[in-house]
Design a binder for this molecule. Structure first.
Ligand SMILES: [Cu+2]
Length: 396
């Protein structure tokens, strides 16, 4: 990509409009801040609808004056420690993503890919902030890597979602800040230009960020709803080149894999579709866990391709279609849709114990290509909800 004719704003230029707007909403005026908070809560109570509160003037502060916190990112399917409801004014949340190019096994048969990763995992770690927080992201590209990388965050506004301001060569790091003005779950991914964009994304270089409303999630009636657990499921389509015998090929480096992989990608037919990086990554001992009576938030991202998750034996009690927390969630869905390039959140309260399968309800992709995981749920069985009246036996 030619970056020479793209004007990259100076730090001063980035800050100026924020500082100008901050005159009204400065943290240095706690009384005003309290009044704003009250007006949002009051609107939500009166109107019973978060979207009305969202229609308020955006809260913009001078980010340089705000409290700074560091978020320790963790590998999916887990989320970093976070509060569901923000009790204070917006913060500057510092996160660090280190790019790792690593030969990674993606299936039990030993198939390997040069995974291009944020922090070593496919998908990259979930970032969690609240609406109007500032995310200050350090992107590190160690000298041991071969390729140029960057990050395009769908939660960010302007400059290719950060892609123009974050391009780093091996041996460089960059610090980048954006304000999370939209509430929802959003994909982020590497987008270094040209064919490298899909190549990096289908090599694993994508993740998600959750931007919670400051006063938490709301159900379809606008009532506050909280979750007991949250898991992040990143769906990944891989296109592994095959030799003349149909065996998957292995390469010396990501650059060596590029040509053949591009040809495999052009078929638009993935060889693997997996959750969290590898076939069976979240099954057996690595299955997700929950208890009967717990509300579990499942955040599902797909950076490149459409998907249709389904929880066998359960439902999407609340599904934030398209990932937006500003809109009221859909209710009681059997299967929901994740458009390629997005993340979607679904909440389910488990009613029965057992080993649940959560999969793509393209069942070919689920069973033959890998898009399935297990959730091990403990608790008491409710015969009223389901019971075998008589066991299998001879036909009368
Ligand atoms: Cu990259």
């Amino acid at each position: 990509m030619n970056h020479t004719n793209v004007k990259i704003p100076s730090d001063d230029e980035i800050q100026r409009p924020l500082i100008e707007r901050s005159a009204r909403y400065s943290r240095r005026n706690p009384v005003l801040w309290l009044a704003i908070s009250f007006s949002i809560v009051f609107s939500a109570l009166i109107l019973g609808c978060s979207s009305e509160a969202e229609a308020e003037e955006p809260i913009v502060s001078d980010p340089t004056g705000l409290e700074r916190v560091t978020q320790t990112l963790v590998a999916p399917p887990f989320l970093p420690a976070h509060n569901q409801i923000a009790s204070e004014e917006p913060k500057v949340v510092q996160v660090r993503l280190v790019v790792e190019e690593k030969l990674t096994e993606i299936a039990p048969d030993g198939t390997k890919i040069w995974a291009l990763t944020f922090n070593g995992s496919v998908p990259g770690p979930m970032i969690v902030v609240h609406q109007y927080d500032f995310v200050e992201l350090t992107l590190v590209n160690p000298a041991t890597n071969q390729l140029q990388h960057n990050i395009d965050l769908h939660a960010a506004t302007g400059a290719l979602g950060g892609g123009e301001l974050t391009l780093v060569n091996p041996g460089e790091e960059v610090v980048f800040r954006f304000q999370a003005v939209k509430a929802g779950v959003f994909v982020y991914h590497c987008a270094p230009g040209g064919v490298m964009i899909p190549f990096h994304v289908v090599s694993g270089m994508n993740g998600a960020i959750m931007v919670l409303p400051r006063d938490g999630l709301k159900d379809a009636q606008g009532e506050q709803v909280t979750y007991d657990r949250a898991y992040y499921i990143g769906e990944q389509d891989y296109y592994i080149p095959q030799d003349e015998n149909g065996d998957y090929k292995e390469y010396e480096s990501p650059a060596a894999a590029l040509g053949d992989t591009i040809e495999a990608m052009k078929t638009l037919t993935p060889t693997h579709v997996v959750f969290n990086g590898a076939v069976g990554a979240l099954t057996g001992d690595s299955a997700l866990t929950a208890n009967v009576g717990e509300k579990v938030l499942l955040i599902h991202s797909q950076a490149n391709r459409d998907s249709r998750p389904h929880l066998i034996g359960g439902h999407g009690d609340l599904v934030w279609r398209g990932g937006s927390f500003t809109d009221a969630p859909a209710t009681n869905l059997e299967t929901w849709f994740v458009p390629g390039g997005s993340a979607v959140a679904a909440l389910y309260e488990f009613k029965q114990p057992g080993l649940y399968v959560y999969l793509s309800h393209n069942l070919i992709e689920a069973i033959l290509l890998g898009a399935a995981l297990h959730i091990n749920v403990e608790g008491d069985w409710d015969n009223n909800l389901m019971e075998q009246i008589s066991p299998p036996g001879p036909i009368n």
